[in-house]
Design a binder for this molecule. Structure first.
Ligand code: DC
Length: 231
């Protein structure tokens, strides 16, 4: 059963390209307002990891859809962990918080998330999680498709170069060696793929407020959003 959209007014959607800082800011916002935080990218990442773990070809759309529909994905807070995570992601009960950030998942997640029925299943689960709850939901299509009636919609972006620099920093903090050029190329590739795909492409909703974070730190962005939310 598809639930109707969250009827509460306490819904904030945040969309934007990879590594724009939307998850960091979204979590700060959710904590400040005491709303549920849901980063939907981690769900597409968990499905991609499930596909790779089963040694299924990510280009096999039917198999990907089957895995999306039958995998158990859970998201919990970061409580009890002191390793820099924003939240904890479980796939079939296993903690995969860091595995879903691997270069292998990065390389295939755009393709997997372009499949119409994979998206339909994720959207169904996202609406279910958000139903009847105040929520900050982060992704690519939240303001346009998942929760189009949200009263406050944000589109957070930054230059590809700045986003690559931030992602390199994340990788280094995790002790993973990476090159700036490779990360930048991957970010540009994903930007094109995510914004040009047929189903639910990455784009701001008509009524979204666009925030460029290239020159701002997360606290400055948060203050700007809180004034928009007028709380
Ligand atoms: O935000 P992220 O980098 O963790 O997202 C991973 C991928 O998932 C990204 O390539 C686009 C896709 N995605 C999507 O298509 N729709 C969403 N609502 C969230 C993420």
């Amino acid at each position: 059963m598809d639930l109707i959209e969250n009827p509460l007014t306490e819904v904030i959607t945040i969309d934007g390209p990879a590594a724009s800082g939307k998850s960091t800011v979204g979590l700060m916002l959710a904590k400040k307002l005491n709303y549920l935080f849901l980063d939907t990218g981690c769900m597409y990442r968990a499905v991609t990891l499930a596909i790779l773990n089963r040694q299924v070809d990510p280009a096999d759309e039917a198999a990907a859809v089957h895995i999306a529909k039958t995998s158990s994905i859970d998201i919990a807070s970061a409580k009890g962990f002191d390793d820099g995570r924003l939240y904890t992601v479980f796939l079939e009960g296993q903690d995969v918080t860091w595995e879903i950030r691997s270069p292998e998942v990065d390389a295939h997640v755009s393709l997997v998330s372009s499949y119409k029925e994979v998206r339909a299943e994720m959207v169904r689960q996202q609406r279910l999680i958000a139903h009847d709850r105040a929520v900050v939901m982060v992704g690519r299509d939240i303001g346009t498709v998942v929760l189009p009636n949200a009263p406050l919609k944000l589109f957070i972006t930054a230059s590809a170069e700045e986003r690559a620099r931030r992602r390199l920093q994340d990788r280094q903090q995790q002790g993973i060696s990476a090159s700036y050029e490779e990360i930048l190329a991957d970010i540009k590739r994903r930007d094109i793929f995510d914004s040009e795909r047929e189903h639910s492409p990455l784009k701001p909703a008509n009524d979204a407020v666009i925030i460029d974070t290239s020159q701002e730190n997360p606290n400055e962005v948060l203050d700007r959003i809180l004034s928009l939310a007028a709380v």
